[in-house]
Write a protein that binds this ligand. Structure first.
Ligand SMILES: Cc1cc2nc3c(=O)[nH]c(=O)nc-3n(C[C@H](O)[C@H](O)[C@H](O)COP(=O)(O)OP(=O)(O)OC[C@H]3O[C@@H](n4cnc5c(N)ncnc54)[C@H](O)[C@@H]3O)c2cc1C
Length: 148
């Protein structure tokens, strides 16, 4: 850290050039057809929108109570949001997930051999809070799903 008396060390890269490089790479990937580039999960692709892990015919009773915060989606984003809201003192939080359980990406994707490609210690959320030590450097999807 620098103070008024100690000048910051010189960088060995140009931050503006680096930012420009990232921007150029991003722009290269933005397609003019936007969301139209994606196929809808209807017709022959309709089965991709079904939950193969839910009990057939599964449904839930509607809830009519009031909560302070509704989080849509029970993947890592929703789970972390819920955890941080609890830490901030909000108890009345509901996560709404269209799948039959939590995990998001790791709920839906269970093909053989799936592992994370970021080290588990960095990728898996709330390890310290839950006292969990990943078993693998790059955890299998099932370990990640169970953790969620
Ligand atoms: C196969 C695969 C492997 C990946 N591996 C890695 C990896 O190794 N490292 C890495 O950093 N990232 C990886 N990713 C990226 C991964 O998606 C993110 O790391 C992270 O899990 C995304 O979490 P999320 O909560 O933002 O989204 P998601 O995990 O997609 O969760 C969103 C959830 O919201 C639910 N939902 C959406 N709309 C609604 C609605 N209207 N009502 C109710 N529920 C809704 C969905 O069902 C889903 O469960 C991978 C992604 C895929 C697909």
């Amino acid at each position: 850290m620098s103070t008024p008396h100690t000048p910051a060390p010189a960088l060995d890269f140009d931050p503006d050039a680096l930012r420009e490089r990232y921007r150029a790479e991003r722009d290269r990937r933005i397609r003019p057809d936007g969301n139209r580039q994606y196929r809808r999960t209807t017709g022959e692709f309709g089965h991709f929108d079904e939950d193969p892990y839910a009990e057939s015919g599964f449904s839930r009773e509607p809830l009519h109570d009031h909560v302070d915060v509704v989080v849509v989606g029970g993947g890592f984003g929703g789970l972390l949001t819920g955890a941080r809201l609890r830490q901030a003192g909000l108890e009345n939080v509901r996560i709404i997930e269209k799948g039959a359980d939590f995990g998001g990406t790791w709920y839906w994707n269970r093909y053989p051999g799936i592992h994370c490609d970021i080290e588990s210690y960095v990728y898996m959320p709330l390890l310290e809070e839950l006292g969990y030590v990943p078993k693998w450097k790059y955890a299998p999807g099932e370990e990640i799903r169970q953790h969620a």
